[in-house]
Design a protein around this ligand. Structure first.
Ligand code: ZN
Length: 311
């Protein structure tokens, strides 16, 4: 995919720098691929937290009904959200009636502000509104560029519709089934099933190629995954990495990593290993299997340690 490289921004003449900054990290040609009739995915870039492309690092989904359109995750910056909105407008004149967030992480929610308008509802799992409020100032400070500079806290848009356990959304001739998930990848996970195409948008409950990030419950995540792997979806859209058209094949590596994280952490705790030492030994076999393992793996071990220490 051709992107607007940060390097060319730095090399650009001073006069062009502003234009460049506004486009930082967003692909010049914003891809929105039709993966089934009326179902689109924007593939996020493999970008880490310190990359200028971090605001465009998550997969984003779009489902078009006869009446209106649903967006599933809006990206990690207003620029990404606006690029997504423009790509949708180029494909259909129907309005966006729902912006659904699969969880609270910045790369999935900071584009919400690009969709504020009459008749657009923001939808999330029951814990999402509170989690967005708890993160509002943090997002404004840490992602000021992604929120177009100072005053970004007001551009953090929390959901107005919350899903307790299950909610159906009618897009006109097409129904989305939203399911709230107990603590797994995070504390605010929500999946979206397009019944018409049997496509599941899994958010970050599924990672492919990029190292999974644990921010909820390891046991809960494995429980969700084991149940989901029994379901016959036509395709599953992960939060990061390529769409899986042979589900559950594409989830096997994720499961293998989570099991190694669990079993090796248990063994390290039983052996009385210190956490810092365990970071080097736990799931060492997985190191070369994933992209962007940097800090994430060590944090995963810390979280697994905290969770499993008390079982
Ligand atoms: Zn993510």
């Amino acid at each position: 995919m051709s992107t607007l490289p940060f390097r060319s921004c730095l090399a650009a003449a001073a006069g062009a720098a502003l234009l460049c900054a506004a486009s930082v990290g967003v692909a010049a040609a914003f891809a929105l691929d039709e993966i089934a009739p009326g179902v689109y995915v924007h593939p996020g870039q493999m970008a880490d937290l310190d990359s200028p492309a971090r605001g465009d690092s998550a997969n984003l989904g779009v489902v078009v009904g006869d009446r209106c359109v649903a967006v599933i995750d809006s990206g990690g910056s207003l620029a990404t959200g606006r690029a997504l909105a423009a790509a949708i407008a180029a494909r259909t004149p129907r309005p966006v009636c729902y912006v659904i967030n699969t969880h609270v992480h910045f790369d999935h929610v900071l584009g919400n502000g690009a969709f504020v308008g009459e008749g657009t509802h923001f939808v999330g799992q029951h814990g999402l509104a509170e989690a967005m409020e708890a993160n509002r100032e943090f997002f404004a400070e840490q992602f000021a560029d992604e929120l177009d500079g100072s005053g970004g806290a007001a551009r953090v848009i929390a959901p107005d519709d919350l899903v307790d356990s299950r909610l159906e959304l009618d897009l006109g001739g097409r129904t989305l089934v939203l399911t709230a998930v107990a603590r797994a990848h995070s504390s605010t996970d929500l999946t979206v099933l397009d019944r018409t195409s049997n496509t599941l948008f899994a958010g970050d409950l599924v990672f492919r190629e990029r190292l999974p990030v644990l921010d909820g419950s390891l046991g809960g995540w494995l429980d969700w995954l084991d149940a989901a792997m029994q379901v016959d979806y036509a395709r599953v859209v992960p939060g990061h990495g390529p769409v899986d058209t042979h589900w559950p094949e594409g989830a096997r590596a994720l499961r293998r990593y989570l099991v190694a994280l669990r079993d090796d952490t248990r063994a390290a705790i039983a052996a009385g290993e210190f956490l810092e030492d365990a970071k080097a030994s736990v799931a060492a076999s997985e190191r070369d299997e994933w992209i962007l393992t940097g800090r994430a793996h060590g944090l995963n071990v810390s979280r697994a340690y905290r969770e499993l220490e008390w079982e």
